[in-house]
Design a protein around this ligand. Sequence first.
Ligand code: COA
Length: 136
Amino acid sequence: MKNMEVKIFRKDQFDQNMDEIISAIKFFGYGDEDWCRKIIPGSQLFALAYNNGEFAGFGRTVGDGIRFSYIVDLNVRKSHQHQGIGTKLAQELAENSKTTFIELTNDPQFPWLKDFYLKAGFKLSEGEHVFKWPHK
Ligand SMILES: CC(C)(COP(=O)(O)OP(=O)(O)OC[C@H]1O[C@@H](n2cnc3c(N)ncnc32)[C@H](O)[C@@H]1OP(=O)(O)O)[C@@H](O)C(=O)NCCC(=O)NCCS
């Protein structure tokens, strides 16, 4: 997609990009600044998307950095949805997570999420409850 940029921040880049990360989390109303500062250190990666220079969405992973990563808090602004941004955020988070397993929310509250992740390139494992990213 033209003019879409996804910035990936790793743990050692959180401090120097703290304001940008906090404003992304706050944008979606998750919590205030103090709360943001508490959840950031437990994250592995942040992915922030910009569409024509405008903040469009974010997602993050939590995990141990070696065996498990969980993609959580994937959010795209309503005005920027259905342009491939959520897909790109999920793919970038998966591609940059060097863990054995990439797990995702497959919440029955959002039955379409399964198709969203399959369409984005994730593969269901046996038992159909864990998605895997086919690392290149
Ligand atoms: C989930 C979310 C991040 C997807 O972002 P997006 O940028 O619109 O996603 P994409 O444009 O990459 O969508 C790819 C495909 O996923 C599916 N999809 C995405 N959102 C969907 C929805 N709300 N309902 C049904 N299918 C959906 C569609 O097949 C879509 O293809 P289409 O645009 O050709 O119809 C966005 O809808 C969102 O922020 N939702 C609110 C928060 C949420 O539910 N997060 C997930 C749980 S943590």
